[in-house]
Design a protein. Structure first.
Length: 248
């Protein structure tokens, strides 16, 4: 195994462990994946690491992750891939070139927005504005993703965005690395939580002028990647101290 692939395994295992710690998991369901290069070193989106079927995220290790291809063949690992995980992640990796890392969860506050008719994350708070112009909304629940057609439909709906709110289902967050995608996942749930709490107070959400939104959007282009790197480095450091077995 190449040193780079091993580090990718460690990163994905770290993200899964932390998602469990933060209450973003749901039993042994939901899935995180990371596209990796072919044996010739080229990224084509047709090979990816993904968490094994039937494992709780809190027990996932780097070596337990499954490496499979876009046909569902297990290339490395003793475990299997859950069907919906394969059909969602394989088609998004193949259909959305920017989606190197794909995180799908039913995390509570973000998912609650998908249960509201025309539910949207409003650009009324700083965390939310990290995602201004980056969100796609799927307003048609298509059932359990058990075929390529549903995976392809989700990939088309994501388009050139990095966040997908999936009607009556959950969210999908993608990015160029595990650190970038996990940072977005964390702050997306925080933004959704703040808005749920604000709405519960019964008042009207604040509005932010378009000029301020545009200025903030430009700021976020520089700020967010820096935050993501520092954030994920800290998460790995903490896990190295408290749960070093995740690297095994």
């Amino acid at each position: 195994m190449s040193a780079n692939l091993q580090e990718q395994r460690v990163d994905l295992a770290c993200a899964l462990r932390w998602a469990a710690r933060m209450g973003m998991h749901e039993g042994v369901d939901n899935h995180f994946s990371l596209a990796v290069a072919d044996e010739d070193g080229v990224m084509r989106g047709n090979r990816f690491l993904i968490n094994p079927f039937g494992w709780h995220w809190s027990e996932v290790t780097a070596s337990s992750l499954v490496l499979c291809d876009d046909k569902g063949k297990v290339l490395e690992g003793d475990n299997i891939v859950e069907d919906t995980a394969f059909y969602i992640h394989s088609r998004v990796h193949m259909g959305v070139p920017s989606a190197t890392c794909v995180l799908h969860t039913h995390m509570p506050y973000a998912t609650s927005i998908t249960l509201i008719e025309d539910g949207r994350l409003e650009m009324c708070e700083q965390n939310a504005m990290m995602f201004d112009g980056r969100i796609a909304y799927d307003d048609e629940y298509g059932g359990v993703a058990l075929d390529e057609d549903e995976g392809d439909r989700l990939a088309r709906t994501v388009g050139n965005k990095s966040i997908l709110f999936m009607a009556s289902h959950g969210v999908l967050v993608s990015g160029p690395s595990v650190a970038d995608a996990f940072n977005d996942l964390y702050y997306l749930e925080r933004a959704c939580m703040f808005q749920a709490l604000a709405r519960a107070q019964g008042g009207k959400l604040r509005s932010i002028p378009d000029s301020v939104r545009e200025h903030t959007r430009q700021q976020m282009v520089t700020v967010v990647p820096e935050v993501a790197d520092r954030h994920f480095t800290a998460l790995r450091r903490i896990l190295d101290q408290t749960e070093p077995g995740y690297r095994a």
